[in-house]
Design a protein around this ligand. Structure first.
Ligand code: TRP
Ligand code: ZN
Length: 877
């Protein structure tokens, strides 16, 4: 970093805004060269502010060119205001006035994809978190809520569709023949929820009748070539609207709800009031181009953004430290929704697996932060797994502690009490506490303490007394700036099984039940169960009732029993994972010591049982059969040796595939029935199991197995089957894999989202010339540095290839660093996210660690955006 270093801002410094903006009137004169933005802001001093004479400080600058500024129609001469790089400061103001600003921006040159920018043939916006200041000068903070009226002026031929928040109130033609559309949003909102879209778009329309009988017009817009891929999204939207009414009593509030698909987008999607903007990858779906995972993602993201209308828009955040107030709660809501729409256990396993892999790694790394951070340099860096996923786990724990009914009372109270306000995480917890009467003061520590708590459990059975005593301790390891931690309130849902796998009833605190929720609240405590008929095997942390690392010294036999008989489906998966982790850990050690790999795999025994268990959901079978990922094993390691982890996984997978060859072959053919594609839970489960079986079966060098891959690839009428066959071919080094990759590209070169999957698969392969291939991809006609999805496909793919990324020469790290430096100025948000794999350098095996560190230092010596600077400097600290 050259020049001055950017500084942090702190939660403790929060002050209410000195001014409010009651009404915001915006006029956009859109043009391919310069866009003129005129604002009329109806402002007054905030009566709540202590600073009665504070100057007016508006955010904006860099890419915004000020043409004129006036107060109550008096043009301010330049001596009457001070213009800095990112602010306008006006010292003398009345208590109430209209501020008029005229600014110029160049959306066509906006590569940051924040503010107003162009994507393909359209204009679109992204204002969260601080994008609005790239459009015009404003009080760009979430606690300034205003009623917006937006006028869009554009050439009618190129931009027949002109959209903004709320309702369209008029549409006319001006003297130049341009279209003038006026939109008005009656709900006061912060600027981060503002949106504008202009383009030549197609639309599908539908309606939803709300619980109170109002009809809402639903519209989804895409470019013409994609309009055949939004029926599923429309269906998911209607299901979300109904679900939010049924489950939370939340009704939609405007007369129209619109979604627009945009190709160039930094994140997944954005909940702008009445006008959601989506990354096309999270909206478009068709059987031939979208995998089952893709369908489920679309369903979840459509729901997520829709649910924000209450958890985020009607009740918003006071400041960005409270981001998890809306994100954690909304993720929890979308997880519940997906769970209700599909299989609850499967959904839970998928979410937990992701949390334990990626969020736990974040919580153990240099960017570890509490769910409510105390400070940040660049807020865009805090749209993290901790804010989203751990934030959701916090809400889930409240749900577990309060129970369904009290939780609903709490959410009703929260929405009712804070409707139209910008509030804090404390307000949320307070509403839950007030509605339930359950004291949550200790629980609140979850918001301020970073790091993943460790919970250790040991049990002792007294055969004479028929009692079972569980001793439980908790400890949260130190994180940067937080050396010591206090005990948290941790709900541990659990049950007991006898040694045949039958459920045992037990008394705890006078309650006799098959399942209990322990409330840990001390560093160490003892729970005593009475009337326990025989020595039990505890089934702990069912459904992953708290985001902790729990350990208990199970024997292998006990894990096998839990795996095949626990009445909690989630813990059957958990036991299988634990067993696999143990065997893989032993193998990793052998690789590190240069020994020949040997393992008496007990997992094999368990897998054989699971494959013959007719009662198990097929999705559960495939989840249990899936070995812990490279990323998860890296998270668990104290010192990561990626090559050893890869070798261990390859060995165990091959051993299982060969030992159970016939079982996998049978399983494959049993599940290979031809059906008309539907993204239903049953069909998804069947395709998933089929793919897992095919993948294991191909670990043997069976010619029939290889043939089956080609046949599935050629015969597939859906992307799930086609792409799973292609991935397996690439992974096992199938003799035809190159031909298949080429065929796949020729078939799909016109479908950008499919091409992205192809880019990622190639970039991620374990090949000797991997880096050359990655370089080739970045030169390929299908690549485009402006498009974040493509950049993520190639560089994300690269990051997942052990041989290419972790090449012992350091060439993989160097290449990634080059790309980060290249993107740093163009798109700081994207560049900053690409740093993640390098930031984990301290946990790497020494020879790789130094190579990563060297690249981080090289990046830090450049002139950096705030985004990249924060991540790189914190990770080197
Ligand atoms: N609020 C969005 C969500 O639903 C997140 C988001 C979308 C975002 N685009 C962004 C955040 C750009 C920062 C920058 O999760
Ligand atoms: Zn969100």
């Amino acid at each position: 970093m050259k020049d001055g270093q950017p500084s942090a801002i702190y939660l403790k410094d929060y002050q209410v805004p000195a001014f409010l903006i009651d009404k915001t009137e915006l006029v956009f004169d859109l043009d391919e060269s310069v866009t003129v933005v005129t604002s009329h802001l109806h402002m007054r001093r905030n009566p709540e502010s202590k600073h009665k004479t504070a100057p007016l400080i508006l955010d904006g600058g860099e890419d915004v060119k000020l043409i004129a500024i006036a107060m109550d129609h008096y043009q301010l001469p330049s001596e009457e205001y001070c213009l800095t790089d990112n602010q306008i400061i006006i010292t003398a103001t009345a208590d109430e006035f209209i501020l008029t600003c005229e600014t110029l921006i160049e959306p066509q040159n906006n590569t940051r994809l924040e503010g107003l920018y162009r994507s393909s043939s359209m204009f679109c916006t992204q204002c969260e978190a601080e994008g609005f200041r790239h459009i015009t000068y404003y009080l760009d903070r979430p606690d300034v809520m205003s009623v917006f009226t937006t006028t869009i002026i554009a050439n009618a031929d190129d931009y027949p569709v002109l959209l903004s928040n709320g309702n369209e109130v008029s549409r006319s033609v001006n003297e130049e023949g341009k279209t003038v559309a006026v939109w008005h949003d009656p709900f006061p909102k912060p600027a981060y929820l503002f949106a504008l879209v202009a383009g030549d778009l197609n639309v599908i329309e539908d309606q939803f009748v709300t619980q109170s009988g109002r009809t809402v017009e639903l519209k989804i817009f895409t470019e013409a070539h994609n309009i055949d891929k939004v029926d599923y999204s429309m269906d998911a939207l209607k299901r979300s609207m109904k679900w939010d009414e049924d489950k939370y009593g939340r009704e939609y509030d405007l007369d129209i709800f619109m979604i627009v698909a945009v190709d160039d987008f930094n994140m997944g999607a954005m909940e702008n009031k009445g006008l959601n903007v989506f990354n096309s990858s999270c909206l478009l779906a068709s059987p031939k181009t979208t995998t089952d995972d893709g369908y489920q993602r679309v369903e979840a993201v459509v729901a997520h953004e829709y649910f924000h209308n209450w958890s985020g828009n009607r009740v918003t955040c006071r400041d960005w430290f409270q981001l998890s107030l809306k994100e954690g709660f909304t993720v929890f809501r979308d997880q519940q929704f997906s769970s209700d729409m599909n299989s609850p256990v499967v959904k839970r396993v998928e979410d937990v697996s992701f949390l334990k892999t990626a969020q736990f790694a974040e919580d153990a790394g240099p960017m570890a932060h509490p769910v409510r951070p105390a400070s940040f340099i660049e807020i865009s860096n805090f749209y993290t797994l901790t804010i989203y996923e751990k934030g959701s786990e916090i809400v889930r724990m409240i749900h577990t502690i309060l129970g369904e009914e009290m939780f609903r009372k709490g959410s009703d109270l929260y929405f009712d009490r804070h409707d139209g306000q910008a509030v804090t995480c404390d307000n949320f917890v307070q509403a839950m506490q007030d509605a339930s009467g359950i004291n949550l003061s200790q629980f609140k520590r979850w918001y301020s303490q970073a790091g993943t708590p460790r919970v250790e459990v040991s049990g002792e059975y007294d055969d004479v007394e028929k009692t079972y005593q569980l001793t439980v301790s908790q400890m949260t390891p130190p994180t940067s700036n937080q050396p010591t931690k206090l005990p948290l309130l941790i709900p541990v849902r659990m049950g007991l099984l006898d040694n045949e796998g039958n459920v045992l009833n037990a008394d705890l605190d006078g309650v006799n039940a098959q399942e209990h929720v322990l409330h840990l609240d001390k560093a160490e405590q003892v729970f005593k169960f009475k009337n326990v008929a025989s020595a039990p095997i505890p089934s702990l942390l069912r459904g992953f009732s708290a985001p902790v690392k729990l350990s208990h010294n199970y024997t292998v036999e006990q894990l096998l029993l839990l795996m095949s008989s626990d009445n909690d489906g989630f813990n059957r998966w958990s036991a299988a994972q634990e067993l696999a982790v143990r065997e893989l850990t032993a193998l990793i050690e052998q690789v590190k010591l240069g020994e020949t790999l040997t393992v008496e795999s007990q997992l094999l025994v368990g897998f054989k049982r699971v494959l013959s268990d007719e009662t198990l959901d097929k999705s559960m079978v495939s989840l249990i059969l899936t070995l812990p990922s490279q990323a998860y094993l890296s998270e668990l390691a104290t010192e990561i040796d990626p090559h050893a982890i890869k070798a261990a996984r390859t060995h165990l997978k091959r051993l299982i595939g060969c030992a159970l060859e016939q079982k996998f072959a049978d399983c494959y053919s049993q599940n290979n029935a031809k059906v008309d594609y539907l993204p239903t839970a049953d069909q998804i489960a069947q395709r998933k199991l089929k793919a897992v079986a095919l993948s294991y079966w191909n670990e043997s060098d069976s010619v029939t197995a290889r043939r089956a891959v080609i046949d599935q690839f050629n015969a597939a009428d859906n992307m799930t089957d086609q792409f799973s066959a292609l991935s397996i071919a690439v992974n096992v080094g199938h003799s035809d894999f190159q031909v298949m990759l080429d065929d796949f590209y020729s078939q799909w070169s016109h479908e950008a989202l499919v091409v992205n999957k192809w880019l990622m698969l190639i970039a991620g392969q374990e090949a000797d010339n991997g880096l050359d291939q990655v370089r080739g991809l970045m030169e390929h006609e299908a690549f485009d540095l402006k498009n974040p999805n493509k950049v993520r496909a190639v560089l994300g793919g690269l990051g997942s290839s052990v041989s290419t990324f972790h090449d012992t020469s350091g060439s993989g790290y160097e290449f990634l660093a080059d790309q980060i430096i290249l993107l740093n100025k163009r798109n700081p948000q994207l560049a900053s996210r690409l740093c993640t794999p390098l930031t984990r350098w301290k946990k790497m095996t020494p020879s790789l660690s130094v190579l990563m560190q060297k690249q981080l230092e090289r990046i830090l010596s450049e002139e950096l955006s705030k985004d990249v600077f924060e991540v790189v400097s914190k990770s080197l600290a």
